[in-house]
Each structure stands twice: as C-alpha cells, then as structure tokens.
Design a protein around this ligand. Structure first.
Ligand code: SF4
Length: 318
C-alpha cells in the first residue's frame, strides 16, 4: 500500500461575509495524496481550488474537517512541529512577479527561508543558493540581480528555487504555469518533473484546465463550485471521464490531429458557474448539466467508486 503523505477529510472553508451571507468556497473536499505522486486539481476560476491549496497549507483556517500531514493533524501542531510543517510544505504561486519582493536580490529571496529556519550561514548559504539556481536552470550570476531583470519563466524558476531552499517534501503549485507564455509552460512543467525525480517531492498541482495538468499528473481531481466531483488516474480520466462536467472540460481541449479535430464533439455548457454565496440545491452542477434529472435537485450525489480507483459524484453513477 502506498504511503499517504496527506489526508484531507471533509474539509470545508466558508467565509462569513456578514449580513447572513456565507461564501462556501470549499464545501466538500476529501482526498488522500501519496508520497511521490503529483495530484492535479482542476476547475474553472472561482471553483475553490486555490482556497483549497491555501487551506491545506494553513494560510486559511479550515471551517471544519481535518488536514493530516505525515500522520499528524496539522491543526494540533505547535512549536517545533509547526515550524517543521511550515518547512516541509511549501507553495509556488501563479504570479511569480507579485510573489517576489522587488527590492530584494534573487539570492536573498531564495535564502529567506534558509535564514528564517536558521539552516546555514556564510559560505554554506551562498553555496546552497548557487546550487538551487543551477537546479532550476539559472546560474550563479543571477543571485545579485533583481526580479524585474528576469522574464516570466525565469521568475517562476526563482519562485521554485525559493520553495526548494528549505528542502520541502510537499509543494502546492497554485496555477504555476497559467501566467506564462505557452512556449515556456512546457519548460516549467519539465522542470517540476525533473526536480520531483531528483528530490522525491510530492506535488499538488492546481490548474484551470485539464490540458495543463495532463503531462504532469499521476492522478487528477476535478472541482466544481467548492466540491470535488471526480478523482482518478490521469490516464483513466482522459480515456473514460464519467462526470458530465469533466466531459465538458475535456471536450474543450483541441486535438492536434486535424482530421480528429474537425469531427470532435464539443460540449458547450450553458450559463455561468453559480455564485458560491447561493449554490443550487442537490448537485452543484445541475444548473448547467446536459444530463440533469429531477433527483439531481433533491440530494447531493455521494462520491462513489464507479471503477477501481475511479471516484465520481453524480446520480448517473450509483
Ligand atoms: Fe448532472 Fe445530475 Fe450527475 Fe449532477 S448528479 S452531474 S446534475 S446528472
């Protein structure tokens, strides 16, 4: 049995906006992530995937539910153990420019975590920064420069080096390639893969479309309106999607073969994602689902294992 590094049990994150309004950003989220895998988390913007990442790493307190990392309930960690958790789980952000302090040199940005955690000083610190720059495809001279002197792809490499500086085990990458040119996206994905192999890292890789996570994920979870609606291996999800929402996301991905592309059936969803302030009753996807049935308004479909390792939340699969 593979070793679970992260277990998330019934995690919810609701924001109380006052005046009786509650924004249910994450409403139904349970998942196990195994050591060394890449779990892709996909959904349209506003579906709660970034809030999920931020709640796991405790930038937000969960409203309820449990986050268990390396067998320990993260909410109960204190002192040395909390510091250790803060070191072992790191985040890489979407906008590499906004997340890098423009007044700090790249060397000092990368070494910030090393200094906070008191890992090393002087020559050893310098060597570690230089090694990290090389590991992400940059070089020693870059240490004395400032973030504005770099391209978007290079800045994301700096963000990755900063996350790696304190030797994490788990990285939450929140849309790390969405802001980059298409030509650079594949390079950054390849860098993530290389570093995972070299360092035994586990990733939660968040993206807004399935094409972006295809080449990096071992398993993929699809989110809609704060709820996880389908989870399976990347291969199975592309070959045999079960949830109508996943089918619509997949139908939007162009196919490189012009012959197949011409006859490709696209599922165009009607309407917008409903507001998480006022989600529909029953299945959250029912207002846009091409397969909607009367019972879909009555109850939330439970997550069922429709095939080995393939989980789906839909009344069509009981
Ligand atoms: Fe569509 Fe009903 Fe399945 Fe929801 S439960 S995805 S509305 S068929």
């Amino acid at each position: 049995m593979a070793d679970k590094i992260l277990e998330i049990k019934d995690m919810k994150k609701h924001f109380n906006l006052g005046g009786g309004q509650v924004l249910k950003a994450v409403d139904n989220f349970s998942i196990d992530i195994y050591r060394g895998e890449t779990f892709g988390l996909v959904g349209e913007s506003g579906c709660g995937k970034s809030t999920t990442g931020r709640t796991i790493i405790r930038l937000y307190e969960p409203t309820s539910g449990q986050v268990i990392f390396n067998g320990e309930d993260v909410s109960k960690l204190q002192g040395k153990k909390l510091k250790e958790f803060n070191r072992k789980m790191q985040m890489v952000f979407q906008d590499p420019y906004a997340s890098l302090n423009p007044r700090m040199t790249v060397g000092n940005i990368i070494a910030e975590g090393i200094d906070i955690h008191g890992l090393c000083k002087g020559e050893e610190r310098k060597k570690r920064v230089n090694d990290l720059l090389k590991a992400v495809g940059l070089n020693e001279e870059h240490a004395s420069r400032f973030p504005h002197e770099f391209s978007g792809g290079q800045r994301q490499r700096i963000g990755i080096a900063r996350a790696l500086a304190i030797e994490p085990e788990f990285i939450i990458a929140d849309e790390p390639i969405s802001a980059l040119d298409v030509s650079v996206q594949a390079q950054v994905v390849n860098l993530f893969k290389k570093l995972q192999k070299e360092r035994g890292l586990t990733y939660l890789f968040i993206a807004h479309d399935l094409a972006m996570v295809k080449h990096i994920s071992d398993r993929i979870g699809v989110m809609y309106l704060g709820n996880l609606v389908e989870v399976t291996t990347a291969e199975e999800l592309y070959a045999n999607p079960l949830h109508p929402y996943t089918k619509s996301l997949l139908s939007a991905i162009p196919i490189p073969d012009p012959e197949v592309e011409r006859t490709r059936e696209r599922i165009i969803l009607e309407g917008d994602v409903p507001s998480p302030l006022d989600p529909p009753s029953g299945c959250p996807f029912r207002t846009r689902c091409p397969n909607v049935m009367p019972e879909c308004a009555l109850s939330m479909p439970p997550m069922k294992e429709a095939a080995p390792g393939h989980f789906v939340s839909c009344h069509l699969h009981k």
